[in-house]
Design a protein around this ligand. Structure first.
Ligand code: MLT
Ligand code: ZN
Length: 476
């Protein structure tokens, strides 16, 4: 396919702003044009990689002048195609990967100032060096960048204790769609001075400007951590076990994850080195993690007692508690490799949904039945963050179907799942965002005053509609 030609001088003007290292074209730009799931393949005249906020602001002003649409891209790990350019070939990809400094970590203020292009893991490591925890953990944290995590308001495994990305943001620096720089890197816990503009940019999926740096909240690093993998008889039992864990030691609850036997089977089959620390495979699993800054050494006792009570009550069939950091990581690997294992097993349709925690078992039962009725042989793979009500209700293709035949049914599948989710008072996007995959659902679910107000905000900040077009908002 022929690449569309950018206006003759566009590349040289961009080069004058960001330098040779700051511009990628042709084959070098290719990896930025496809999303992680390979759902979309777009085209771009160039990938622009500014080295700092002022360079980015100059690029944005140029784009406004010439009416060039921009697609912000972080680690390109979006599950909903949020960071890929369209097929038209007119959208510039703007990567913040070179703006990756950790500007400051302050263990007394419990804050860090970090630039948008830093991989989340690098920020976590920098915090850990100062005895602090940057408390948000997701499977893609080695690749996902701060800017993308904030722009999508990512959640992950520890939301039940520390909240999602939004809850961690105290201050922000951003380049707005008119090229102005918003300097609001305040590290204050209290600051009631009008609209909290940082919260407009967090979760905006790059439609309102570029987050370039943020002040993030830290917590003291826990000194005791205990993790267990439990075989449980049903999602109801997993939910009842969660309740018991909360009553047992709510302040130490760090994660409570659910996995199905199907998803675990894929991990054991496809992920090298993955082994089950239990005698036999189960139909359902719960992963419980407790963590504490107390130094009393009693966390283990606390976990053992709640699991023993769970065994007696028939909520737990078997359990393995990690005896070392290596075992802790091995248990987490079983959970974190779920998305990768599903990819290796074949095509999957993802539903990143949330419902009230009490309704999770009903969600799993009803959505599984609805999908099996729609496509006999489909394999439901529900898993995720039971402790905050966010279940990844993913469906794996029937083994004897082609990937394309299965993916051709994605809208129908998402529809039947979402019907159940709606009935249970849930959301069609819990932590992955709307991206390019789900804008039509915005019309259905957020129509009326909610969507209209979002459109007004968008028009006020980005009147020419140049920021990440085709994402978040439905076409009309
Ligand atoms: C996860 O929690 O592992 C991801 O958000 C996964 C997914 O939906 O595949
Ligand atoms: Zn998740």
């Amino acid at each position: 396919m022929l690449e569309p030609l950018p206006a003759p001088d566009l590349l040289s003007v961009l080069r004058a702003i960001v330098g040779e290292r700051g511009l990628l074209t042709g084959a070098d730009a290719e990896p930025y044009c496809q999303d992680w799931r390979a759902l979309y393949r777009g085209r771009t005249p160039a990938v622009v990689r500014p080295a700092g906020t002022d360079e980015l602001a100059a690029v944005v002003r140029l784009c406004v002048q010439r009416r060039i649409p921009m697609v912000p891209q972080g680690g390109n790990t979006s599950m909903v195609g949020g960071a890929v350019p369209s097929e038209g070939g007119e959208q510039l990809v703007i990567s913040l990967a070179r703006m990756n400094r950790i500007r400051d970590v302050d263990p007394l203020d419990l804050t860090m100032v970090v630039e948008a292009g830093a991989p989340w893991k690098a920020a976590q490591d920098a915090a850990a060096e100062q005895g602090c925890l940057l408390p948000l953990s997701i499977s893609s944290e080695g690749t996902a960048q701060v800017g993308g995590i904030l722009s999508t308001n990512a959640g992950g495994n520890n939301t039940l204790r520390y909240g999602n990305a939004r809850d961690l943001v105290l201050g922000i620096e951003a380049v707005l769609p008119n090229g102005q720089v918003l300097h609001a890197l305040r590290r204050l816990r209290k600051d009631n001075t009008g609209y909290a503009l940082r919260h407009l940019l967090v979760g905006a999926e790059g439609t309102l400007g570029f987050i370039t740096a943020a002040v993030l909240k830290l917590v003291p690093q826990p000194v005791q951590t205990e993790v267990a993998l439990c075989a449980v008889p049903s999602p109801e039992a997993a939910t009842a076990l969660f309740r018991r864990c909360q009553l047992n030691d709510a302040a130490s609850m760090q994660a409570f994850e659910y996995m199905s036997g199907t998803g675990m089977g894929f991990v054991l089959r496809h992920i090298p080195g993955a082994t089950l620390p239990l005698a036999t495979p189960a139909a359902h699993y719960a992963l419980v993690e407790l963590a504490s800054t107390r130094r009393d050494g009693r966390l283990r006792e606390s976990l053992e007692s709640v699991l023993e009570a769970g065994l007696e009550a028939g909520l737990v069939e078997d359990a393995a508690i990690a005896e070392s950091e290596a075992q802790r990581q091995a248990i987490w690997k079983l959970r974190e490799e779920h998305a990768e294992a599903q990819k290796r097993e074949g095509a999957s349709v993802k539903n990143d949904v949330s419902v009230p925690i009490s309704r999770v078992p009903e969600l799993i039962a009803r959505a599984s039945a609805a999908c099996e009725a729609l496509i006999p042989g489909v394999r439901p793979v529900p898993f995720g963050h039971l402790g905050d009500g966010n279940i990844h209700f993913n469906l794996e293709q029937p083994p004897d179907w082609s990937a394309s035949d299965f993916l051709a049914r994605d809208e129908e599948i998402m529809h039947v799942v979402n019907e159940v989710v709606r009935d249970l008072g849930g959301s069609f996007s819990a932590e992955h965002g709307v991206g390019r995959l789900k804008p039509p659902m915005m019309r259905e679910w957020r129509g009326g005053a909610e969507l209209e107000t979002m459109r007004r905000i968008k028009a006020a900040l980005d009147p020419a509609g140049l920021m990440n077009p085709g994402k978040l908002f439905p076409a009309s």
